[in-house]
Every structure is written in structure tokens, then in C-alpha cells.
Design a binder for this molecule. Structure first.
Ligand code: NAD
Length: 487
């Protein structure tokens, strides 16, 4: 760890190229979910701070927008290198502030973050226009894309680095100025990231960072008249509020899901059971793409259940995020842990059977360590089936046919990701084409995704609107411009 970049301090706001104090003196303590210790504090910003950041972004916007995309790409690539150079300090901060295991998960998030910046740099250079024909032969037409202007980005705490960067890196590369509002519970590691990557040399005001309560600073950002676009990653409930508060602005809304994971009777059960470990226990289940509902053909359910139970015992080691053996850390916060308790309790009350886990594990410094939990006899009326639990759960519901699975998946209104296991690829494709989901994996975990591909909820579902990944954000946060030259 370098002395220069350290998580443990009292962080300010980064506005107009300067770290500065908030207009309020209120602070938010960053408490490590694994140790319970206060590891840093962040400013509890106000709507006045948002206004200051938006004004700075607006002032910087025209010259950043008109800079060469090759210059912007150079800055983004430099940011990517700076992040890569601080892999260790960033991964440790993530394990401390978010709670994800250092060895099995935190390094991966930093590596993906590096990729977001370099991918945005490449995509910015490739954005191109066209020269369509004019009705009149004495005219020439230019059609190309221009940035929106000022973009606000609001992100969650489950992947504190990449969920923000998947939106703000391409938004910046496309020529927008940005204000990033991170989730309060992982704002300290987000501040550390900002401190590192702004050394790449963004002109003052191009990138701004304001911490605080979402309902205050996030809301002020959405409603600010000088903001042209909002990129939001978070829950369905907050997304619905933002859709209204940011009405009239360009919006990307990446919301929740319940990741239905289907196992048909011809599936390779060993591979399906192995995929459950990733689907349900990565980030302790706190992933929008987590497998949270397992629809398993009744003829193979018992065998599959046994395999999943023994593999869970063998491979999921709940523990301190800094211990190399740990494969699952604590939940990030008490609200998330309460939801886990509530959903398990509701399932049991409605007739489900606990095969394994079901409680918070004692003997740790905090009460946030939830056991890897497997439930059998789940039905669609249980909260654990119909809504997002966001915890380490494998709720198993029996089906009798492919059609049963399709009907159940489409019943709950989410539309983010799904997975199906079958040895017949035609059956897999037919399932993929029949379910309302923006992304379907055949014979792979719901948590498998590739960051250069468009990712997001199917339109009209609860999971949001628009896409991230690849050049999706560059397209969403830029718009066409037409210039006619009369010769
Ligand atoms: P959340 O909606 O509670 O908070 C997300 C962000 O919104 C935070 O920064 C929060 O401070 C802010 N916020 C809260 N109230 C606000 C308001 N009124 N106005 C503006 N901003 C406000 O979500 P969370 O608990 O941080 O994250 C978990 C959720 O995120 C899950 O539902 C998960 O599925 C979803 N998620 C979705 C994706 C995706 O790509 N679809 C990815 C990761 C997480």
C-alpha cells in the first residue's frame, strides 16, 4: 500500500478539479461490514454541493465535448493505467469497505474496472458519422454524434467501482462532463478510486464527485435543470423515483432482477450445480444477475439438490474478506441482511424447507455474515421467489416442463438475466427466445457476462431501460447532429 493513496481518512468532495469541503459539516461514517470498525468518513453532501458540481461540469462541458476523441481516449487510457498501477490498494479498500473476499473477488473487480476505462477509450475513437445523400445535388450532408453535455451517474454498493465506471467511463469518453454520486455505504472506496484516476489529467470540472444520502444528493442531481442525462444503477424502487424526477432527461436505468436459473431434465447436473456456486454466492448473492430462483425439473430435483448441498459445504467458505481461504464475505449492510432474514422467514412460514443455512453466522465481529442457504419446496407466493433477495440463497422450486419454467419466469415482472441448463441447444435457444430477459445464458451461470456486450433489462419490465456495456453508453449519452452544406 502506498502512503499516497489510503482509504482511512476524512474524504471531501471532488468538484472543479479540487478536493473541497461540503457546504455542510455533516459526515457519514464508513463502517467495514467485516470488522464493524469505522475505516473512514465521507462528506454528507447537500443539494448546494450538487449545484456547485453541476455548474462546474457545465462550464467544462463545451471544451471537453469539442476536444478530439483521440485526446479524450488518451486521458481515459492514462486513467486505466493509473488504476492498474494501484490494483493492490484498490482491491484491499474494496474488501474493507464492501466486504467482498480479496483473493476470490476484489482483484477481479479492479481488473474489470481497468477494462472499462480502456474499452471506453477505444470506443470513443471508433464513434463515427456518415454522409447521407441530399435531395439537392448542390448540398452535402454531414451526420455525426455529439455528446449530450452534463451527465449524472448514481451507483449502488455491490460493485462499488465497476457499477459507476461502466456508465461514467464511456460517458466521459463520449465527451460529456460527469457528476458521480456513489452509494453512501461504499463511498470511501469510491473516493479512493477518484483520487487515483483523476491524476490522468481531466480538465477541471469534467469529472466531479459528490457523496451524501441518495435521497438528498442523488435526488438533487436528477432534478437539476442543467443535467442532460442520468445513468442510474440500483433498485427498482429508486429507479421508479428517478424516472419521474429526471423526466425529460436521457435516462439509463439498470435495476434489479431475480435471475431465474432453470435446470431441465436433460441437463448436465454436475455442471449446473457448479454454476450455482457462482450464481448464488458471488458477492454473497448481492448481484443484480444473481441466480435467486431455481426452477428444477422434478425428475432430477433430488439429485441436483444433493449435488448443490454437498458442493456448497465443500466450496463456500464464509469468513473474513482478507483471509485467502474465504470465498464468501459478509453482506454489505444491515438493510440487506434484514431482507435476507425476512425472505427466509417468509419462505419457511409458507412451507419451504431449509436444506442448509438460513441464518446469520455467529462468532464474527459483525452480524452481517449470512450463511449460504438452500431452500427446497419453494412456491411462487413466497417473497424469495417473487422478489429480489440480494443474499446468498438457492431457493428451489419444482417444475414439470419447459413451459412451466417460461410461465414462472415471465410471471414476476423482472427482465434482466436468466440461465437454462439443458443438453439440447435447440431447447435452450427456444427457452431464451421465450422469456422476458435482456440476457440469457445457456449452460452457464446467470452471473456470466462480458462487458463489451449490451447489458440491461428488457424494455417494459421492472429491470429498467437502456443498456450498458460496449458502446451502449456512448450511444445513449450522445445524439445525432446533422449539418447541411449548401455549395
Ligand atoms: P438503491 O436503489 O437503494 O441505491 C442505489 C443508489 O441510488 C445509491 O447511490 C443511493 O444512494 C441512490 N439513491 C437512493 N435514493 C435515491 C433517490 N431518491 N434519488 C436518487 N438516488 C437515490 O440500490 P442499492 O441497494 O444501492 O443496490 C442494490 C440494487 O441495485 C439491487 O436492486 C440490484 O439488483 C441493483 N443493481 C442493478 C444492476 C444492473 O446492472 N441492472 C447492477 C447492480 C445492482
Amino acid at each position: 500500500m502506498t502512503a499516497q493513496h489510503e482509504l482511512g481518512r476524512d474524504w471531501g468532495l471532488y468538484i472543479d478539479g479540487q478536493w473541497q469541503t461540503s457546504s455542510t459539516t455533516d459526515r457519514i461514517s464508513s463502517i467495514s461490514p467485516s470488522s464493524g470498525k469505522v475505516i473512514a468518513t465521507v462528506s454528507q453532501g447537500s443539494s448546494a454541493d450538487i449545484d456547485k458540481a453541476v455548474q462546474a461540469a457545465r462550464r467544462a462541458s463545451r471544451s471537453w465535448a469539442s476536444a478530439s476523441p483521440f485526446y479524450r481516449a488518451e486521458v481515459m487510457n492514462k486513467a486505466s493505467q493509473l488504476i492498474a498501477g494501484e490494483r493492490e490498494v484498490l482491491a484491499r479498500a474494496l474488501a474493507d469497505d464492501q466486504g467482498k473476499p480479496l483473493v476470490s473477488e476484489a482483484y477481479d473487480e479492479v481488473d474489470e474496472l481497468v477494462l472499462y476505462f480502456s474499452m471506453a477509450a477505444e470506443d470513443a475513437k471508433r464513434q463515427s458519422g456518415s454522409m447521407p445523400h441530399s435531395i439537392d445535388p448542390t448540398r452535402r450532408v454531414l451526420q455525426y454524434r455529439v455528446p449530450l453535455g452534463v451527465v449524472g451517474v448514481i451507483s449502488p454498493w455491490n460493485w462499488p467501482y465497476t457499477m459507476g465506471a461502466e456508465v461514467f467511463a464511456p460517458a466521459l469518453a463520449a465527451g460529456n462532463s460527469v457528476i458521480w454520486v456513489p452509494a453512501p455505504s461504499t463511498a470511501a472506496c469510491s473516493a479512493l478510486l477518484v483520487e487515483i484516476f483523476v491524476e490522468a489529467g481531466f480538465p477541471n470540472g469534467v469529472f466531479n464527485f459528490v457523496t451524501g444520502l441518495g435521497a438528498v444528493v442523488g435526488d438533487a442531481l436528477c432534478a437539476h435543470p442543467s443535467v442532460d442525462g442520468i445513468g442510474f444503477v440500483g433498485s427498482v424502487a429508486t429507479g421508479e423515483k428517478i424516472a419521474v424526477r429526471a423526466a425529460g432527461k436521457r435516462q439509463i436505468l439498470e435495476l434489479g432482477g431475480n435471475g431465474p436459473f432453470v435446470v431441465l431434465e436433460d441437463a448436465n447436473l454436475e455442471k449446473a450445480a457448479a454454476a450455482v456456486m457462482d450464481a448464488s454466492f458471488l458477492c454473497a448473492g448481492q448481484s443484480c444477475t444473481a441466480g435467486e430462483l431455481f426452477l428444477v425439473h422434478r425428475s432430477v430435483k433430488e439429485e441436483f439438490l444433493e449435488m448443490v448441498a454437498s458442493l456448497t459445504k465443500e466450496s463456500i467458505h464464509l469468513g473474513d474478506p482478507f483471509s485467502p481461504e474465504t470465498t464468501m464475505g459478509p453482506l454489505n449492510n444491515e438493510a440487506c441482511a434484514d431482507k435476507f432474514d425476512e425472505h427466509v422467514k417468509d419462505a419457511i412460514a409458507k412451507g419451504a424447507r431449509i436444506v442448509q443455512g438460513g441464518k446469520r453466522e455467529g462468532g464474527f465481529p459483525t452480524t452481517l455474515y449470512a450463511q449460504a442457504t438452500i431452500l427446497d419446496g419453494v412456491n411462487p407466493d413466497m417473497l424469495i421467489a417473487s422478489s429480489e433477495t440480494f443474499g446468498p440463497v438457492v431457493p428451489i422450486l419444482e417444475i414439470s416442463s419447459d413451459q412451466d419454467a417460461i410461465e414462472l419466469v415471465n410471471r414476476f415482472g423482472f427482465g434482466l438475466t436468466s440461465a437454462v441448463f439443458t443438453s439440447d441447444l435447440s431447447r435452450g435457444l427456444s427457452y431464451a427466445e421465450s422469456v422476458d430477459a435482456g440476457w440469457v445464458n445457456v449452460n452457464a451461470s446467470t452471473n456470466l457476462w462480458e462487458s463489451h456486450l449490451p447489458f440491461g433489462g428488457r424494455s417494459g419490465t421492472l429491470s429498467g431501460r437502456g443498456r450498458v456495456g460496449g458502446s451502449s453508453v456512448l450511444d445513449a449519452f450522445s445524439e445525432p447532429k446533422v449539418v447541411i452544406l449548401q455549395l
